[in-house]
Design a protein around this ligand. Structure first.
Ligand SMILES: Nc1ncnc2c1ncn2[C@@H]1O[C@H](COP(=O)(O)OP(=O)(O)OP(=O)(O)O)[C@@H](O)[C@H]1O
Length: 462
């Protein structure tokens, strides 16, 4: 799992403006052809296990083919249709009836990246809060400020016909002297959320819903597990609240902990061989050495800018180095990682989201959750590796992070390409392990034939 996640540096809250929800993409670039019907018709199977062992998970009661049949507040339904959602996706079809049923039941939900998990938990938060009560009632934690801001924009868009009030719990958002949050839905990263609760700026006595997006990462002891647990320990013990955990991945060692964290939960699980979607075509390029990786990236520049691309590096300094070099050589690229300050991070991701920058060079900080439909290419400049703090683990590929990284393309049935750079025996073996774990072929693209490369990529995107 993404133990090497570029964590948010949390803790101190300074005055600053509230970041605006990211604007929709401007006229350019053109979106890849959407094939969302593939997704609705998709045959990937999930296993549903109900908390109530007597109930039959195949009952139509636990499936919703339309949003209308969910008994939603009409203002919410209006918000969903205004987003262009005609009907629930597979995961929404299964998860929503369970999430919205009374009495509220915990949920541990898994489905591939880009299949609509966010909308499912956002809709649950919006359905459960009382808009007339001006107190925090739903908390949602995410692993990065970029993802927290994105979730917030889904809340505000979906809830735009309601009177919902929202607030961020991310670094440098609220003034240091803020005393009392009256918003109903609070989205943030765990360190800042904890700080606000401890300082009693955030009163949690009315919390009814507690959501962890990217839950396997949020619960991982090598990731954000400690901080997330501390937030939970600050929530009332005597009042029940619904706990919702969602991710595309739940490695075995986290799954057991997840069941303790969200006891008696309804569970939706993916089969192991269905962890990544088929509409992302995976390739690799055999580079001679580190320097050759850079040359190949530069030679790919034209292709990277047909749509939008994200280049993942293992370390911040690599992201900075290659972006500085490419910029000096006249290419337009942006770089984003956790060492940049909050305002800069917001500006960089917003520019990319709006399509003003087409190539983003980054670290695992945005490996998870980020939803930018125009991204049709992901490059693993460095393959994701397990946390170097675990002795010997840096030799092992981080399969979960790989799944999340390539999932930044191919959103909601669209087509996408991922390319892994391998350059020696070790990286070659790491890629083989990824191929084996996912049971999906990773195809070779020659590095010395740009025309063939372009042809193969265009075919994959067709
Ligand atoms: N029912 C729907 N109809 C049409 N589009 C939808 C529907 N549900 C979600 N989407 C869109 O699909 C895209 C992917 O959804 P979302 O970000 O919720 O995926 P996710 O499963 O949370 O992905 P990840 O695992 O990467 O976090 C978003 O752009 C969202 O607006």
């Amino acid at each position: 799992m993404s133990v090497s996640l570029d964590k948010d540096e949390e803790g101190f809250i300074n005055p600053s403006v509230v970041p605006k929800p990211a604007a929709p993409p401007q006229d350019e670039p053109k979106e890849p052809e959407a094939t969302t019907s593939d997704l609705f018709a998709s045959s990937f199977e999930v296993t549903v296990t109900l908390a109530d062992q007597q109930a039959n998970p195949d009952s139509p009661l636990y499936s919703a083919k339309t949003f209308q049949e969910l008994g939603l507040n009409p203002d919410l339904l209006k918000g969903i249709f205004a987003m262009g959602f005609d009907k629930p996706s597979k995961i929404q079809e299964k998860a929503l009836p369970l999430l919205l049923a009374d009495p509220p039941t915990n949920m541990i939900g898994q489905s591939q990246s880009g299949t609509g998990k966010t909308a499912a938990f956002v809709l649950t938060m919006l359905s459960r809060v009382d808009y007339n009560l001006h107190k925090p009632q739903a908390l949602c934690l995410a692993p990065s400020r970029e993802l927290a801001r994105q979730i917030m924009s889904v809340v505000t868009t979906m809830g735009k016909y309601t009177n919902v009030q929202t607030e961020y719990a991310i670094k440098e958002n609220l003034p240091r002297d803020a005393t009392n949050i009256t918003a109903q839905i609070i989205i943030g990263t765990p360190g800042t959320m904890m700080d606000l609760i401890r300082r009693k700026v955030l009163d949690v006595s009315n919390v009814k819903v507690f959501v962890l997006d990217e839950a396997d990462n949020m619960l991982d002891q090598d990731g954000l597990g400690d901080q997330t647990l501390r937030v939970k320990n600050l929530l009332p013990r005597n009042k029940p609240y619904q706990i919702i955990l969602f991710s595309a991945t739940f490695p075995d060692h986290v799954r057991a902990f997840a069941s303790k964290f969200a006891p008696n939960a309804n569970k939706i699980e993916l089969q192991k061989e269905e962890l990544s979607v088929d509409n992302i075509k995976q390739f690799y390029m055999d580079c001679r050495n580190e320097e050759h990786k850079y040359d190949i990236l530069v030679s790919l520049y034209q292709l990277l800018t047909i749509g939008q691309s994200i280049i993942f590096c293992q370390h911040r300094h690599t992201a900075d180095r290659i972006s500085q070099r490419m910029t000096a050589e006249g290419h337009k690229v942006a770089s984003l990682h956790g060492a940049k300050d909050a305002a800069e991070r917001d500006a960089i991701i917003d520019r990319f989201r709006e399509g003003r920058d087409k190539v983003l060079i980054t670290t695992n900080v945005i490996a998870r959750g980020i939803d930018i439909l125009q991204v049709n290419m992901v490059v693993n400049y460095d393959l994701p590796l397990m946390n170097e703090r675990i002795r010997g683990a840096d030799e092992k590929p981080d399969i979960e992070t790989y799944i999340h990284r390539i999932g930044r393309t191919g959103r909601f049935g669209r087509r996408g390409i991922s390319i892994n750079f391998v350059h020696d025996k070790k990286t070659w073996q790491q890629m083989e392990q990824i191929e084996k774990a996912l049971n999906k072929k990773i195809l070779r693209i020659e590095t010395n034939n740009l025309d063939e490369m372009e042809e193969k990529m265009k075919q994959a995107l067709k």
